[in-house]
Ligand binder design. Structure first.
Ligand code: B1M
Length: 224
């Protein structure tokens, strides 16, 4: 792996946001995820490579360390901040200036769940694919999704969940949306979600990654 990608990965793993950040003390006065990502792009490394070889695997390591009680929530939060700092440079590459004319995609992380990095990536890729994205944020209750469905008739809805506990809220959300709007297409995703779960809760599509969600939307959109 390219050395700079390795460094970006370490910054995310250890929560080094930018050069000015004093955390972690061992990386004081060094470039952080923010500066290194800019440098990597300036060297011609592709945003997808930085994301897939450096940033996402780093978060995987963070999750594994958390599972083993080697780090705790504050460290996990610093890693998320470093990831978001790197994303500031990556985002413009995935969002084209193309008119958003394919349709509307409403996305949110389900009620009780505050994880938004994966959801933001999905939103970013879908927007880059030419869709208008309405991002409702995190901890989104079913009523908020319903408000958007009323506001954007014919939209597709995406739900993200990262916790096994909030998968239950995903199930409730799908049930409520389908009861009131039987024709609405609901896509689901997030680390603990599977296609088996999708079938059980009656959602229309599951994708393990943003690319699958983009493909589904492009294939299933109603041509106007
Ligand atoms: Co959280 N956390 N966390 N956390 N956290 C996990 C999810 C966990 C697996 C860590 C672990 O134990 N190994 C664990 C869940 C265990 C479980 O339920 N089985 C966990 C826990 C327990 C918790 C808390 C309960 C900890 C506590 O307080 N004791 C707490 C819950 C807070 C809450 O939500 N109510 C909590 C808090 C946090 C932070 C706030 C500190 C922070 C989130 C910051 C933020 O998002 N702004 C955080 C983080 C960073 C993580 C890990 C380390 C990383 C998550 C991440 O961003 N991954 C995570 C461990 C892990 O996932 N390995 C963990 C990178 C991201 C790109 O991947 O989100 O999976 P992901 O998204 C992917 C795909 O899943 C897919 O595309 C993305 C790109 O490939 N995808 C979709 C996602 N949504 C999609 C939707 C689609 C399609 C694809 O269609 C609509």
């Amino acid at each position: 792996m390219d050395e700079i990608i390795q460094k970006i990965s370490s910054c995310i793993e250890y929560g080094k946001i930018n050069r000015a950040s004093p955390y972690p003390p061992g990386m004081k006065d060094q470039d952080g995820a923010y500066e290194l990502t800019r440098q990597a792009l300036d060297r011609g490394i592709s945003p997808s490579e930085i994301l897939e070889s450096g940033m996402i695997p780093a978060m995987e390591i963070v999750g594994n360390k958390f599972s083993r009680n080697e780090i705790f929530v504050p460290q996990m939060l610093m890693s998320a901040k470093a990831m978001n700092a790197a994303m500031e440079h990556i985002k413009p590459f995935f969002i084209s200036g193309e008119a958003k004319r394919k349709g509307v995609f409403v996305i949110g992380t389900v009620a009780g769940d505050l994880h938004d990095i994966g959801k933001n990536l999905v939103a970013m890729m879908i927007e880059g694919g030419g869709w208008e994205v309405i991002d409702l944020g995190v901890d989104v209750k079913p009523d908020k999704f319903k408000d958007s469905i009323r506001q954007y008739p014919g939209c597709f809805v995406g739900l993200s969940a990262l916790l096994t506990t909030t998968m239950e809220n995903m199930k409730i959300t799908v049930k409520e949306l389908k009861e009131q709007y039987p024709h609405i297409k609901v896509l689901i995703g997030g680390a603990p979600v599977t296609d088996d779960f999708r079938q059980k809760i009656g959602a229309d599509f599951y994708s393990p990654d943003p690319q699958g969600a983009v493909k589904y939307l492009n294939t299933n959109r109603v041509l106007q």
